[in-house]
Design a protein around this ligand. Sequence first.
Ligand code: PEP
Ligand code: MN
Length: 386
Amino acid sequence: MIIHMRVGLEKNSPEVEAVINKASAWQVNPEIELIEGTKYSTVSIRLYDGKNRSNIIPEHVFNVLDGVEDVMRVTPPEISLAYNGQDDAKTIVLGPDISVGNYLPCRIIFGPCTVDRHVDEIVESIASHGIKMIRGGCWKPRSSPYSFPGHGEKAVRWLLSAAAKHGIESVFLEVMESDHIRIVEKIQNEVGFNGSIVLWVGARTKNSILLRELGKQKKYPVMLKHALSDETPERFTGVSEWIVNGPVLFDDDGNLLEKESSESGNHDLMLCLRGSDGGVKPWRFRPNWEWTEYIRKNWWTPVIIDPSHAAGTMQEDLVFTAINSALIHKPAALLVEGGYPEDGFPDKKGYRGLCDMDQSIPIERLPELIEIVRKHNKKHYGIDTF
Ligand code: PEP
Ligand code: MN
């Protein structure tokens, strides 16, 4: 890895020193080089393997430092998710006023489990409460072949059109296969949605080609949910590496193509906890919110909590119980299902969606959720936001 510093800095500038300190924290060996041109001189810092290999360091660790112009890889990455102190945490910018990161105020992502033709009305009412980030499934991986699989491409159009119309800044949208990335991009251009789109991979999707493609493209940040059967947070790292490393290429004789493989993958990655197998009634899944601290302490990726699927029901206000217990762990965001009127749409026999209706927070109760998160942010970050 080579780090190019801003023109005009000297070998002993404090900016260069900060890079050297960071390299030491990651236990790799820096070597400072002064490149003297006829007009200008520049400093570049080469990182050599020390206790760690230099190709495991994600670019953002250096990119955020003052005076760093560019970070270049010379060997294929094997990106580590390891975290070496608070300033290594990754912040993902999803809108003019929306940054998602560990140690930042908690943000609400709210919307229906699955997108249907009522989505315009739903997004309008969600937006009227000041929510800027929405969720919606267009392709739904289901456990049963007889369940509703989502309206697909049509739903992407409905969702992004509604988002554009109602001033939504960020849309979280589930993808199941590589083709879906291209479909989302095509429809985004057609409907002219200028906000950010986060592509998410659900707990039931096992598709390493999709993960590799998500790592190759850098236009869309990615949210990864852990598998239902994951019993420890470490299981997560293995899967995340498909995304953060990007594709590794080999020639026809099976030799690693070093140069072609040296670009690293997509580091705009968020991890989402949604509860594991082994839920005890009334819980649908076992809340694993305590993984948040572990991940925050050991990895640089933001942690999001989905309280809806673990609860599985609004009876006894269980989703709110899950939200309150999630906030104790200070997630970077909450991904919450809801948005239909409490008694459903009157002109459609009280219809409230085709998927995960039991756990859906009615639109009338969205202000309660906002108030809870607002209070949490005020108390812990001194900011009145959600
Ligand atoms: C969802 O978010 O609607 C969903 C199906 O989640 P999961 O993949 O966690 O089951
Ligand atoms: Mn759902």
